[in-house]
Ligand binder design. Structure first.
Ligand code: HEM
Length: 431
């Protein structure tokens, strides 16, 4: 189906919208959002069922890729880009596809504009200080032992709970991801539960497209708590520098408000996604016993297991951009000021990039670049930390401790979401 663009005044009203939103018009904080466009036709996907998308997005993605990989989705007030070539093209052109999206709920949720909502050159000033902390050699040597200690602590707790009770998400993935992030950032006097709550509340605010006041209230309370702590920690690290991310930010010469915004950004993204990768990997291996046997026999395959699991069930399914000018993407004319959803979860199942078996989990597939960590200037700053802490440490250590580790089919597992997607609980057993 196509529609005349003139029927469709739109704006990118929430960059992480999981839910349907009313079509809005009007000016916004930097004046790019009200769109007036000459007649132009583009495909419209008005058939998308938002509940089905959250339950299992892959059938919807397959239909979007087949029918039109760049399409206007009225429920989301966005063009969704669902094939590999289209997502890759967006990532290579930040002058046309800006990360500084209008009315950004991310900026409201964490009370300031982080690097992920800036374009270069401002973005690179914010990002540069933490790059050395997160380089592969430093991650392995300085942080590897810390990640191992954290995994050990929570494996003991899983063992205490036993194979009838333990839930991999609740009892291992979440606390390990939270403690790893506390250490890497250099947060002090916080608990694993507190940082986990902050992360969930910030992500809730980022997706608060329907403007639910209770979500803003929770998010506001967490932002205030984090800000109070950072008011003490930033000056502390200026006096007492160490190897942590907050120390790197605090001693970079960036204004304190930028430091705080980027720490809160890292709290929201640096915990949820590694958490989901712990459960994704175990779920994938439980459902593919032959590949599970192969990796247990040859630990050199763990890197491939991580890389294939993050492609196959990407924890971030979609992220936003906004056009700064009229453009043509994959043959579709898009006006200036349009919200764009870069659906990397779909691009990572595109058969033109990954062959006919793109929908399958296969740790032996030929290596091809995927987009689970994004691409271009915003390529995930923490991707080496995630690969090491989860792919090389947390999951292999869990199998070492419980060689028969698998999903407990007597109890229910559940998946949720498409923008941020993961297992919300995963019962496990090992007898
Ligand atoms: C498997 C785990 C992870 C996944 C799948 C993931 C995914 C992503 C993606 C897709 C982006 C780009 C979003 C966009 O362009 O809009 C991103 C950016 C980012 N990630 Fe991650 N991430 C993970 C772990 C981490 C960790 C552990 C940290 C911190 C220690 C982290 C910190 C960041 C930061 C700071 C950015 C912003 C980069 C920039 O704007 O230049 N991430 N991540």
């Amino acid at each position: 189906m196509t529609a005349a663009a003139s029927q469709c005044p739109f704006r990118a009203d929430s960059e992480y919208s999981e839910l349907s939103a009313d079509t809005l018009t009007g000016s916004t904080d930097h004046g790019r959002s009200t769109v007036s466009h000459a007649a132009a036709d583009y495909p419209v996907a008005d058939w998308i069922d938002m509940a089905a998308l959250a339950a299992n997005p892959y059938p919807t993605y397959a239909r979007l890729r087949a029918e039109s990989p760049v399409t206007w989705v009225p429920q989301l007030n966005k063009f969704l880009v669902t094939n590999y070539a289209g997502c890759h093209a967006v990532e290579q052109d930040q002058e046309t596809f800006s990360a500084n999206v209008s009315g950004a709920t991310m900026t409201r949720a964490i009370g300031a504009q982080p690097m992920l909502r800036r374009d270069d050159p401002e973005h690179s000033l914010d990002r540069a200080p933490i790059n050395p902390v997160l380089r592969p050699k430093n991650v392995k040597e300085a942080w590897g032992p810390v990640f191992e200690r954290n995994a050990e602590i929570y494996l003991d707790k899983v063992a205490e709970l036993g194979p009838e009770e333990a839930d991999l998400n609740r009892d291992y993935a979440a606390p390990v991801a939270s403690q790893n992030l506390i250490d890497l950032l250099g947060l002090k006097d916080v608990t694993v539960e507190q940082v986990r709550r902050w992360s969930y509340d910030f992500i809730g605010g980022m997706g608060n497209v329907l403007d639910d006041q209770s979500i803003w209230d929770r998010c506001g309370a967490s932002t205030e708590e984090a800000d109070r702590l950072l008011e003490e920690l930033i000056p502390y690290y200026r006096q007492n520098p160490d190897a942590s991310m907050i120390s790197a930010f605090a001693n970079s010469g960036l204004p304190t408000s930028n430091v705080a915004a980027n720490v809160k950004l890292t709290i929201s993204g640096g915990m949820n996604e590694p958490q989901h990768m712990v459960t994704n990997m175990v779920w994938a291996l439980s459902n593919h016993p032959e590949q599970r046997g192969q990796v247990l026999a040859d630990p050199g395959l763990w890197a491939s297991v991580f890389d294939e699991a993050v492609r196959w069930q990407s924890p971030i399914g979609m992220y936003p951009r906004e056009t700064t000018r009229e453009t043509v993407l994959q043959g579709v004319r898009i006006p200036a000021g349009a919200g764009i959803g870069v659906v990397v979860g779909s691009a990572n199942h595109d058969t033109t990039q990954f062959g006919d078996t793109a929908e399958e989990f296969d740790i032996h597939r030929p290596k091809r670049p995927h987009l689970a960590f994004g691409a271009g200037v915003h390529l995930c700053a923490g991707h080496w930390a995630a690969k090491t802490s989860i792919g090389q440490i947390a999951v292999p250590m869990a199998y070492k401790r419980f060689p028969a580790l698998r999903v407990d089919e007597r109890r229910n597992e559940s998946w949720d979401g498409w923008v941020f997607r993961g297992l919300t609980n995963l019962p496990i057993t090992w007898n």
